[in-house]
Design a protein around this ligand. Structure first.
Ligand SMILES: Nc1ncnc2c1ncn2[C@@H]1O[C@H](COP(=O)(O)OP(=O)(O)O)[C@@H](O)[C@H]1O
Ligand SMILES: [Mg+2]
Length: 271
């Protein structure tokens, strides 16, 4: 287990983490924050969910506590536990409890990965009284002003979609994030990687073609994150085709037929 600050992140930077909005998501999030409503971010992996939360936390002047969820995550991992230290028993807040006390934004990334009994502990925090029972210490904490619960999940994974119960879903304002428009995505790729605008545009065009392969068996399509990584390799001097084979094609599939098809598309894009 990591130290108490394992999940803490504060934005002391002078500038907001760069986020290019696609629609009215910034305004909706601000409203939700003001009205103490929890938010659910839906969208494919690598489309900008984490960056959006980082941007909003900075904008709203709140600390951000991020918890990557996984199937072994327990309620105690979130809330806290007693630890033995030098023969003493000391209580250590989990990331959720700390966020509740500090009035931080608590971001549970890929929440559907967590077990149902872990997700259930979030319910009382979405209640209008916003409280967190800490059973092990007998405390009931009321969330400090500024506390906000944000969860994300990828609706593309069918199995998990089923796992988020209606009783949980209905406690959140849901925002659909998707890959940005071509124009926006090219701007993001250029800005994030330092690659020139023409390269950024070509990569976005490539992504558009590859995303079309979803119906031909490509389970995971290239994300904005993948394009940024590829563009960084190109900006670092790797020839475009090689960068695309290594950072776009190979991460997406092991299937020889799909890999060949994707390589052909790369070759046609970067002639
Ligand atoms: N709208 C956006 N504005 C700025 N950068 C973005 C945007 N969307 C994606 N990115 C870039 O893509 C990367 C991956 O986004 P991230 O927020 O980690 O995705 P997610 O959390 O949805 O998996 C970011 O690090 C950033 O470089
Ligand atoms: Mg993320």
């Amino acid at each position: 287990m990591g130290g108490p600050d394992q999940y803490a992140q504060r934005h002391l930077d002078a500038e907001a983490p760069y986020y290019l909005a696609s629609g009215n998501e910034v305004t909706i999030f601000e409203q939700a924050h003001q009205r103490k409503l929890a938010v659910m971010l839906k969208g494919p992996t690598g489309c900008g969910k984490t960056r959006f939360v980082e941007h909003m936390a900075w904008k709203l002047g709140r600390p951000l506590v991020t918890v990557p969820c996984h199937e072994d995550l327990t309620a105690s991992d979130l809330i806290g536990r007693f630890l033995i230290r030098n023969d003493d028993t000391v209580w250590q807040d989990g990331p959720l409890t700390r966020a509740v006390r500090e009035g931080a934004i608590c971001y549970l990334d890929e929440v559907v990965e967590a077990r149902q009994d872990t997700i259930v502990v979030l319910h009382s925090l979405t209640d209008y009284r916003r409280f967190l029972p800490v059973d092990k210490t007998g405390e009931t904490l009321t969330a400090a002003p500024g506390f906000q619960l944000v969860i994300s999940y990828n609706p593309g994974y069918q199995r998990m979609m089923k796992d988020l119960k209606p009783s949980t879903r209905q406690r959140f304002v849901a925002m659909d994030l998707d890959f940005p428009s071509e124009e926006h995505e090219a701007q993001i790729v250029h800005r994030e990687s330092g690659a020139d605008p023409a390269t950024a545009h070509a990569l976005v065009a490539l992504a558009g073609r590859l995303r079309g392969l979803r119906d031909h068996g490509l389970a995971e399509v290239p994300s904005t994150r993948l394009l940024v990584a590829t563009a960084s390799l190109i900006a670092g001097g790797i020839p475009a085709r090689e960068a695309c084979y290594a950072a776009v094609v190979s991460p997406l599939s092991d299937d020889a037929t799909l890999v060949d098809a994707m390589r052909d598309i790369v070759d046609a894009t970067f002639v």
